[in-house]
Ligand binder design. Structure first.
Ligand code: GLU
Ligand code: ZN
Length: 436
């Protein structure tokens, strides 16, 4: 079982989308299910509507999931599992006050040591839990630290050993009864039978904790982890919300299409890909997560543009035309002519819109354009550009620059572009609208 576990706390970042794609892809390779878990336990950070947005994005990228749930729906389960650990003596109740913990942290810092929980409440037993509950004294539940090193054989980062003291006796249930991130995450992965996790390297330090939680809960199935390096912006810094290009929304606004974005994200850090341009179903055949480099990949907009253009070239003509409000293969073909100059659907739109917009008859060539428009309005339908050209030439008496310049303005709205002989056959059914 694989999963995508986004937090609904902001616009989806491309790093997150990359994780969704990879987890989905591996679920297909392993013939396993793919589920979506909205990690909404940190209620202060949730932003309303972001969960729906995430699901809409997954749909746009055609990453179907077997099931979806909000982590908060499992609150009761998380509490039950924490109490179970307490009753088994694997966890303990901690009544250390915030001031005490802060003092301990400050002391550790002053001595240049890593903070560790003092262990003061280690032996508080479960009977006291009942008394505490009654007395109203605030307490948290901590999981006892492991007795042995925890080893993670990470598919990208290699073997990582974590000593018991580094894992420490950490909090699993807060004073308000809510689970901490690590606890909720580990419980849910266990309950759903998630056995393969691809996530960001910012979670590397959480992994030993989550492995320890699952072991203590008696779950002995192995989970394979792959922690992906971050994506850097063009300045070589971590790509953050401040980089416009980091948001999936921005990519759509700029006119990048889902297939190209998937292609680009699967190439990131992957120098061993057998080809440069491919679709997700193709990648499922050969992609190997272990080929992803363990160092950070740099975001390269020019590469993305190149890949986007290739995918637009491969798109079905009629489908391409729908991006500009048509359902006509000829308009898709017309767009493809312009692909020699541009790379995104936004830029294509800027090329195609002037062709179908009202023309300006007040400019330098306005007089000749008026004459031609009148002739076109009364002319029969002509299939070939040569025939059309000769007809207008004869009827108008215009020639040379006096003919070609205004004709180009009349048919395309601009002064230069592809050969009119290429454009004409594709717009001839719209001629009355175009030449007006
Ligand atoms: N909600 C976490 C995040 O967005 C995901 C954690 C995980 O994949 O385990 O970073
Ligand atoms: Zn304590």
């Amino acid at each position: 079982m694989l999963r995508f576990a986004p937090s609904p706390t902001g616009d989806m970042h491309i790093g997150n989308l990359r994780l969704a794609i990879l987890n989905y892809l591996i679920s297909q390779q392993r013939n396993e299910s793919f589920l979506v878990r909205i990690e909404d336990t940190d209620t202060k950070r949730n932003i309303e509507g972001k969960d729906t947005e995430i699901m809409q994005i997954l749909e746009k990228f055609a990453l179907p999931h077997e099931s979806v749930f909000h982590q908060s729906e499992h609150l009761h389960m998380h509490q039950t599992l924490a109490i179970k650990l307490l009753e088994e003596g694997k966890a303990f109740v901690c009544t250390c006050t915030a001031e005490q913990l802060t003092t301990d942290r400050d002391n550790a810092k002053a001595n240049k040591m890593a903070y560790r929980y003092s262990g003061q409440c280690f032996d508080v037993n479960k009977e006291e839990h009942a008394n505490l509950k009654e007395s109203g004294i605030p307490f948290v539940i901590r999981l006892k630290k492991p007795t042995e090193d925890i080893i993670n054989h990470d598919l990208i980062k290699g073997d990582i050993k974590t000593a018991p003291n580094e894992v420490d006796s950490f909090v699993i249930l807060r004073a308000d009864g809510t689970p901490t991130y690590n606890f909720a995450c580990a419980c849910d992965d266990m309950l759903s039978g998630v056995d393969f996790i691809v996530r960001g390297e910012d979670h590397l330090s959480n992994t030993p904790k989550q492995k320890h939680i699952k072991t203590q809960l008696g779950y002995d199935a192995e989970t394979t982890y792959a922690h992906l390096p971050i994506i850097l912006n063009t300045d070589g810094e971590k790509m953050s919300k401040r980089d416009a290009a980091s948001s999936v929304k921005w990519m759509f606004v700029e006119g990048f299409v889902p297939d190209a974005i998937i292609n680009y994200l699967l190439l990131l850090g992957n120098s061993k890909a057998p080809k440069e341009i491919f679709t997700l179903p193709e990648a499922i055949e050969w992609f190997n997560i272990e080929n992803i480099s363990k160092s950070a990949a740099k975001f390269d907009i020019d590469k993305l543009r190149f890949i986007n253009r290739k995918h637009l070239e491969m798109m079905d003509d009629k489908q391409l035309s729908t991006l500009f409000g048509f359902a006509d293969a000829d308009i898709g073909k017309l767009a493809k002519i312009y692909l020699e100059e541009v790379s995104t659907t936004k830029e294509l739109e800027a090329k195609i819109r002037p062709i179908f917009s009202p023309k300006d008859f007040s400019g330098e060539w306005g007089e000749q354009m008026t004459i031609m428009a009148k002739i076109i309005a009364e002319a029969p339908m002509m299939k070939e550009f040569d025939e059309f050209k000769s007809y207008i030439m004869k009827e108008s008496g215009l020639k040379g620059e006096n003919f070609f310049k205004p004709l180009r303005y009349l048919l395309t709205g601009v002064g230069n572009g592809p050969e009119l002989s290429e454009v004409y056959p594709l717009i001839k059914s719209y001629l009355l609208e175009v030449a007006s």
